[in-house]
Structure formats: C-alpha cells, structure tokens
Write a new protein. Structure first.
Length: 91
C-alpha cells in the first residue's frame, strides 16, 4: 500500500508571519450536520478546529449571514443547504 506524502508550502498569516505548512487534500469534515470536504493547511489555530477559506466558500457558492450565524451554500451534490450555529462562526 502506498501513501501520498503531504504537500508543503509557505503561507502568510494575517499577522504577516510566514510559516511552512502541510496540506491535507480532500479532507472530509462535518459542519453542524453538513458533510463536506476541503483542502486544508495544517496551522496551529488555538481554540479553532477549522477555518473555512475563500476557496471553499467560492466553490460552494456560500452566502454568509454573520448576524444570524448561518452559511447558506451548496452541499457536495449541489443541493442547497444551510448551516447554523456558533460552532461554525465563532465571534
């Protein structure tokens, strides 16, 4: 059985600091009942499990409602769905 080695790349954080990360491709995860997947950079985030990036938001045609803490988007099959809860968008 062969395993694909992780890809490494340099990312720049919002603080301006640059770091080398590993990427997990097609990582499956759940957001309050929505089964989805994304390419994830492995970065220490403190209290957050995952930060959803613009690539995922764009590819799922997401609409954010920060006031109501909801994400309206398309699931992996292209069906409309809505995710709600503080575990999705932490303020």
């Amino acid at each position: 059985m062969s395993h694909k080695l992780p890809r490494h790349r340099v990312v720049q954080l919002a603080t301006g600091m640059k770091m080398i990360t590993s990427m997990v491709e097609n990582c499956c995860f759940e957001m309050n009942g929505l089964q989805t997947k994304a390419n994830l950079d492995v970065i220490p985030l403190g209290s957050y499990d995952i930060l959803i990036g613009m690539d995922w938001l764009d590819s799922h045609f997401a609409i954010l409602d920060c006031h109501n803490k909801t994400i309206a988007s398309l699931d992996e099959d292209g069906n409309p769905t809505q995710v709600k809860g503080p575990e999705v968008l932490r303020f």
